[in-house]
Design a protein around this ligand. Structure first.
Ligand code: ZN
Length: 246
């Protein structure tokens, strides 16, 4: 299975990621399909075709007018206004159909946090610890911060793990997790490559079910996205940050 978040209308990044994903049984998306980038309709269409489950993010709600624009930065507001103008009815209906949370087996999917699925950013361990109390499933997949990150809870102890690209991380039987795949369309951890994760289930040595995470980074033609953004008159600061991964 592949888990994607924060596409942000970046079709070039999304296409590169889907190619890298290849054949998987399911693809899940943790919201913010639109906002910031130039191709909201195309990204919406691709998500409808390829993704089994998708939840709503704050930018998806911003485009629909479900959130007051005072919640967003000036550059985000400019991008949202342009997005509203270019988005078709069909794609807006798709965004409207997205729930703010999904429960699937022993996992939940949401954009921000279990305590506040649309707005809250989980960056630090104390905040993660509070949020572990707000769900009972083994794993909560979240996005919103644009940083690949894991919080692992063992007993009462919560620790933060910053995952390395490509390294496999085995999920422990006795732990619960908050897991962020990083952003497809606007990474902010200093690495401009698109980020997502693969979750694989394998049989361990004792024939027990084991789950492994693999964080992936994918090169995509950033300058193509930037060119399209400039053509639409998107704010320069949003164009530039894609090259920096900040
Ligand atoms: Zn986002």
């Amino acid at each position: 299975m592949a888990v994607l978040a924060d596409i942000h209308s970046n079709l070039e990044a999304l296409k590169a990621v889907l190619e890298d994903v290849g054949q998987v049984d399911q693809i899940w998306c943790l919201g913010d399909v639109v906002g910031y980038g130039p191709e909201a309709n195309e990204c919406g269409e691709m998500m409808r075709e390829r993704v089994e489950r998708c939840v709503a993010g704050n930018h998806d709600w911003g485009v629909l007018g479900k959130l007051d624009l005072s919640w967003f930065s000036d550059s985000a507001v400019e991008a949202l206004k342009i997005t509203r103008q270019i988005m078709g009815e069909k794609e807006k209906r798709f965004l409207e159909s997205l729930p703010d949370m999904e429960k699937l087996g022993d996992s939940i999917l949401l954009h921000g946090s279990p305590r506040n699925p649309i707005f809250e950013y989980i960056f630090e361990t104390p905040q993660a610890a509070i949020n572990f109390e707000k769900f009972s499933e083994k794993i909560c997949f979240f996005g919103h911060t644009h940083y690949p990150m894991i919080f692992e809870k063992e007993g009462e102890k919560v620790r933060k793990i910053v995952p390395c690209f490509q390294k496999e991380i085995k999920l422990k039987k006795n732990c619960r997790y908050l897991i962020n795949p990083g952003a497809v369309g606007q990474p902010r951890d200093g690495d401009p490559r698109a980020s997502y994760l693969l979750l694989e289930e394998v049989l361990g040595r004792g024939k027990e079910r084991e789950r492994k995470l693999r964080f992936r980074r994918v090169v995509y033609p950033i300058e193509k996205t930037q060119k399209k953004m400039k053509k639409l008159g998107m704010p320069e600061i949003l164009v530039e940050r894609l090259s920096l991964g900040r």
